[in-house]
Design a protein around this ligand. Structure first.
Ligand code: HEC
Ligand code: HEC
Ligand code: HEC
Ligand code: HEC
Ligand code: HEC
Ligand code: HEC
Length: 297
């Protein structure tokens, strides 16, 4: 599969206009043959890491992928391809490791650790021990403070997911005030769910997300109640909203400022969630948000 992926790019001949073009000179940059596509905006859903700077139009450009100064104006045969930073963030053991900074390795490579049940609905304790020090015994009553993890639970997700997998994930990792905590405890009771906080009382990924595939934990237990209107192969998906264009234009100026500040480009659209999975409550109908927030009606 990886081979197919790599082959694809090797058949994209490409000639690009470089920085000169902007300076008004007409000289074209002779790109290496079969080179990766350049000067395109990352599509929705692609998260280009911060250390891969986009150009000022928010596109991938020479400096995004190459840490070599003035690569665009250096003749191809004089570029030091062995330099560590030739591929930004390198050297890499495998070129595919470089590609995977931007291209999701959906399914193959980084295992989808959430798929915990096999065809027969059985678990493999080894999978549990990716996160848990010891696989919890599902037949026993488990007290939360007896759970032991290989990393603090608020850090378990970061080897595989970004710290900002989506808008608002980061600014949610704070301590709810007393009023919100009371509201949360009431929601937990009423809706028979859990909204666990980390050891400092802060919201973490697992506060909103159930880490386990539906059915691993008994659905009648609060920790086992979760939203899953699709399977883990499909995952969370979205539909474009007719207002999307308006929303984008509206936010554009602000996002451009943000992009300048932190070097990333935020493509944002007004989308609605279509399918949900691994959530403790539905966000589609607002019930997740309302378990913590009290909005004015
Ligand atoms: C999306 C990432 C990406 C962008 C953007 C990018 N490159 Fe590359 N470039 C690569 C990769 C990957 C290779 C190496 C391919 C290989 O080793 O098979 C490469 C190879 C090269 C090489 C060496 C080719 C050779 O002869 O071996 C040069 C020179 C180069 N790029 C110049 C540029 C210039 C100039 C730009 C901007 C106009 C640019 N690149 C933009 C990813 C990128
Ligand atoms: C800095 C981010 C970045 C890196 C690193 C990167 N790509 Fe891309 N790649 C992109 C973007 C952005 C596009 C264009 C958007 C799209 O079509 O998905 C793209 C498109 C592609 C395409 C489709 C090209 C087309 O014409 O539609 C292939 C194939 C591809 N990349 C393979 C690779 C391979 C192989 C590597 C590693 C050698 C790699 N990419 C590294 C960002 C990146
Ligand atoms: C991706 C990481 C991850 C994997 C893999 C994982 N768990 Fe968990 N599990 C967690 C986290 C995080 C919590 C704690 C939530 C909290 O703070 O209450 C948890 C809590 C639990 C609980 C306690 C639920 C309760 O009643 O509060 C049980 C039981 C459990 N896991 C069983 C399992 C089993 C069995 C497996 C393997 C089939 C497994 N887990 C795999 C992350 C994981
Ligand atoms: C071993 C790697 C690994 C770990 C650790 C991990 N995940 Fe994932 N997770 C994945 C993969 C692979 C997917 C599939 C989708 C993708 O490629 O992003 C995924 C998907 C998800 C999804 C979205 C479902 C979808 O496909 O749209 C959520 C939500 C999620 N993970 C939350 C978490 C949380 C919360 C934790 C920590 C408790 C965590 N993950 C830990 C690998 C991991
Ligand atoms: C306040 C609740 C909340 C917190 C905290 C939160 N998420 Fe999410 N997450 C959501 C909701 C709601 C969705 C689905 C819809 C959306 O993207 O808004 C989602 C979607 C996802 C997806 C699927 C995105 C996609 O487009 O495929 C992943 C992966 C994910 N979360 C991982 C994480 C990780 C990792 C953390 C911790 C760093 C985290 N989330 C923290 C509420 C939360
Ligand atoms: C587990 C509790 C919890 C859930 C669930 C939750 N939030 Fe929050 N949210 C917080 C906390 C804590 C803050 C930070 C304190 C504050 O601003 O009130 C916050 C802040 C916010 C902010 C302000 C962010 C900022 O930059 O100041 C917005 C907007 C928001 N939440 C929207 C949502 C939406 C939409 C959902 C549902 C998808 C949601 N929240 C779900 C706890 C939660």
């Amino acid at each position: 599969m990886k081979a197919i992926f790599l082959c694809l790019i090797l058949f994209i001949p490409f000639v690009a206009n470089g920085e000169e073009e902007q300076k008004g000179e007409e000289r074209k940059i002779e790109m290496p043959p079969l080179h990766h596509i350049v000067k395109v905006k990352p599509p929705e859903g692609m998260q280009v890491p911060k250390k891969f700077p986009l150009n000022d139009r928010g596109e991938i450009d020479c400096k995004t992928c190459h840490g070599i100064k003035d690569i665009a104006t250096t003749p191809v045969d004089q570029v030091d391809k062995k330099a560590d930073n030739f591929h930004r963030g390198g050297p890499y053991k495998a070129l595919s490791d470089f590609c995977h900074h931007c291209h999701k390795k959906k399914g193959y490579e980084r295992p989808n650790i959430h798929k915990l049940l096999d065809d027969k609905g059985e678990i493999d304790e080894k999978d549990c021990e990716y996160c848990h020090k010891e696989a919890p015994d599902l037949k026993k009553e488990i007290k939360r403070d007896e759970l032991e993890f290989r990393l603090p639970p608020q850090k378990l997700c970061f080897g595989c997911h970004l710290k900002t997998p989506h808008l608002n994930a980061l600014n949610h990792q704070v301590k709810p005030d007393k009023k919100m905590r009371q509201h949360m405890r009431a929601a937990e009771k009423k809706l028979k769910i859990i909204l666990p906080l980390d050891e400092d009382g802060k919201v973490m990924c697992a506060t909103c997300h159930a880490p386990h595939q539906l059915g691993v934990i008994d659905k009648n237990k609060p920790a086992g109640r979760q939203v899953a209107d699709t399977d883990l192969d499909k995952g969370v998906s979205y539909v474009e909203h007719p207002w999307g264009r308006v929303f984008q234009l509206d936010k554009k100026a602000r996002l451009d400022v943000l992009a300048e500040q932190d070097g990333t480009v935020h493509t944002l659209s007004y989308q609605r969630i279509k399918t949900e999975v691994l959530l403790r409550l539905s966000a589609k109908d607002g019930s997740l948000c309302q378990a913590c927030h009290e909005f004015d009606k």
